[in-house]
Design a protein around this ligand. Sequence first.
Ligand code: HGA
Length: 613
Amino acid sequence: MCGIVAALAARNVQGILLEGLKRLEYRGYDSAGMAVLENGVLERQRANGKVAALEEKLDQHALEGSIGIAHTRWATHGKPSEVNAHPHLAGGRVAIVHNGIIENFEPLKRELEADGVVFESETDTEVVAHLIDRAFAASHDLLAAVQSVLARIDGAYALAVMHADAPREIVGARKGSPLVVGAGIGENFLASDTLALLQVTDRFVYLQEGDVVRLSDAQGIEIFAGGEPAEREVHTFEHGDGAASRGEYRHFMLKEIHEQPSVIAATLAGRLSGSHVLESSFGVGARALFERVRQVHIIACGTSYHAGMVARYWLEKLAGIPTTVEVASEYRYREVVVPEDTLFVTLSQSGETADTLAALRYATSREANGARGYLATLAICNVPGSSLTRESDLSLMTQAGPEIGVASTKAFTTQLVALMLLTLSLRGTRGDERETALVQALRGLPALLEQALEMDGPIAELSEAFAEKHHALFLGRGTQFPIALEGALKLKEISYIHAEAYPAGELKHGPLALVDADMPVIAVAPNDELLEKLKSNLQEVRARGGELFVFADESVALTAADNLRVLHVPAVDEYLAPIVYTLPLQLLSYHVAVLKGTDVDQPRNLAKSVTVE
Ligand code: HGA
């Protein structure tokens, strides 16, 4: 959340910063701003609303400068407005952009106000600008000034700072929010993610927790950890710059839905033999460690949490391993009983999700605090070098490539594939008949997903029935219950239709009271052992005049009728059905949102990569 981009170059940086902001807009889009420094003078432009509003202002009054910082905001402290937009200035000398929350900003603000500082904005960020201004006045060294201020602030941050009297320097820092350094030729950059900079470089350094970085003409990139110079590896980005564009698609979300066959093939590549999963994909020593696992705790947020819920069914049924799944924001604040030999698994697209990361840290600190610790930690994540993967014992990278649409699609299905690989690896019956059959089914999955995408046309037609609705109910049983939850979440996120999901068996325990002709009911009905029970539940809906939309296996004998529409999904192995059935639900919410004219890729009030608590 909140996007930062900064550039120190020998050319005008306005275009680089603006392009960076456009690529970071998925992280926040309630206001945007930019400041450049030229000949010791800071100039700034800010606008309320999206980056396009800032661009219009820059068209009227361009900024000229070869060093600059920019920001797209997702407000936490102070409403979205021009005055609260970053960069924030202090004394006309310091400019700062910040992602995160300064938890102790109130006492610091009171202290500064008592000392005569007048604040322009309601943000926590402005406090940091004034503190740096004061520290610089004492030391005349921007790096030292930033380091001394960091020692006084609590909370999470990624920041980039310039000072008019340090005209060829940018200092950045990260703790709790991501920041990458882009290494160019004779120019260097900072940004919240690599995508923002692919137009100018493909070489990146992922900063670690607590790192401070100084970009300067004289020294290039210098990184400091605990005040001492530190070496960090330079990574080359391999997905190409196309990852940051919509290509032929109208929205990133649609592009990402259609990428699922190929990114799932990429997630499987090199991880399967003819008959079993190659456990080494999870890291060195994974096989020996997996043999000891007796329990699994899965922690995640949002869509990733739904992936974890599917995995619980798989792990208990296929591997016989007791599994719990919990949202990270709950887990991190309660006393958890950890049975012996429990594997702690986190799921996060970005690997920076604040609550998930905090849950991992809580889990790993248990032993030190006298409680029973976990056997090991495993992160399933889409961003290499992210905090979650660095801080876990084992990791499995999904190969979804950059996901720009705020509503997660391909990150979810690649997580499911990764969780199936985990399930098979934990079974301890390497290469038996069942595993061999599932390995074959996994290999066939991309082709099945291609077939599922052919449902796009009929689903677009079907979506018309939802455009005027205010509520919807999703039903599923077994592994399809979390898929129903995910379908409801997608519809809420991008079409703003209130949607709920229930295990179909729960219907008569309450939600059936809501069913009438205005309440569309969507059911997912693969051909599994619960099918007959689900059919009875659907009859209960029809008997109450509800309008039913059923995504069903081709072999399911359900005859379309007035208030019953059936869309056939390609036949699939029952264990992989949740992955295939996700696609039509994604397409449904996408088409409903398009019909409603909402902002599909940047839905209101949301942002991607939730790096604040
Ligand atoms: N607290 C700052 C930055 C917010 C942020 O990073 N959101 O993700 C503000 O409110 O401006």
